[in-house]
Design a binder for this molecule. Structure first.
Ligand code: G3H
Ligand code: ZN
Length: 273
């Protein structure tokens, strides 16, 4: 029961947090935080995290094992996959969902590449998210001005068969300050036009108040990475400053992990309405 497909915990009209893990400490902290909040959660690994490890297998299998041992529903998702090969590997490992990110391609190429991924994933019962409108910041260049056009988004969903759509509504990836200005009117129009759950990327740049408003306006899956890394790093830094002679990684990584878990629990109470 605890490892579930993403489609099982994404309910239109209700917020669902999706947290990015980089290493094992993130994985266990995300599950611990969700259990403390008694909330379902999406545990996701990005293509960049896979590049960091050099392979999907070790960290992917760890995430799946942690999900299976959890006492709350946990979905394991591949985030921002840029290659169909990585998608196929995640499907074989047992991931319940993937995000295929061809958002930097011209519209027609994005449709063609995404449709092929959807056909493969749906044959295996795997849920697919794609992106239209290109949320900025992945390359370090913030572009909060990007916007997804509702009519084009509806056409894209119909042409590809995706189960959820990431849209550009004012966020940018990897913001260190939580002062993004969301286009709530556009979120409402996308919700009314698109017909599948909407995904907010770059949610670390959004204040608690606006995260809650975004869910009320129509966003469903709320992706958060940088905010957790800020808390994890602060926990490690604080521990090392207070214990300059410590050399056992379990001490300082454990301090980071505890802080990350507390932030997951806190954010779930903001997002899961
Ligand atoms: O796909 C992951 C997210 O969009 C995370 O973005 O690091 O700005 O929270 P963030
Ligand atoms: Zn993202």
């Amino acid at each position: 029961m605890p490892l579930v497909g993403t489609g099982r915990i994404i309910e239109p009209g209700r917020g669902c947090a999706a947290f990015n893990a980089i290493q094992l400490e993130h994985v266990t902290a995300i599950v611990d935080g969700a259990q403390a909040a008694n909330s379902p959660v999406v545990l996701q690994l990005s293509h960049n995290a896979v590049r960091y490890h050099g392979a999907l297998g070790p960290i992917g299998l760890a995430a799946l094992a942690a999900a299976r041992a959890a006492t709350v529903p946990v979905a394991v998702h591949l985030d921002h996959a840029e290659s169909p090969e990585l998608v196929r590997e995640a499907v074989e490992l047992g991931f319940g969902s993937v995000m295929f990110d061809a958002s930097s391609l011209p519209y027609a190429d994005n449709v063609r590449a995404t449709r092929e991924v959807v056909e493969h994933c749906h044959r295996h019962g795997v849920w697919v998210e794609a992106e239209l409108g290109e949320v900025g910041g992945k390359d370090g260049v913030h572009a909060p001005g990007a916007r997804t056009d509702p009519a084009e988004a509806a056409e894209f969903v119909a042409a590809t068969g995706v189960d959820a759509l990431a849209v550009a509504v004012g966020t940018s990836h990897a913001m260190l300050t939580r002062d993004a200005r969301l286009d709530f009117d556009l979120i409402g129009r996308l919700r009314d036009t698109v017909g599948v759950p909407l995904v907010l990327h770059g949610s670390s740049g959004v204040s608690d108040t606006d995260l809650a408003k975004a869910v009320s306006a129509g966003m469903t899956k709320i992706n958060i990475a940088t905010q957790l890394n800020k808390e994890f790093t602060a926990g490690v830094r604080d521990y090392c400053e207070r214990h300059p002679d410590v050399v056992d990684p379990r001490k300082y990584l454990g301090a980071g992990r505890d802080r990350l878990a507390a932030e997951v629990e806190r954010l779930l109470s903001v997002i899961r309405q």
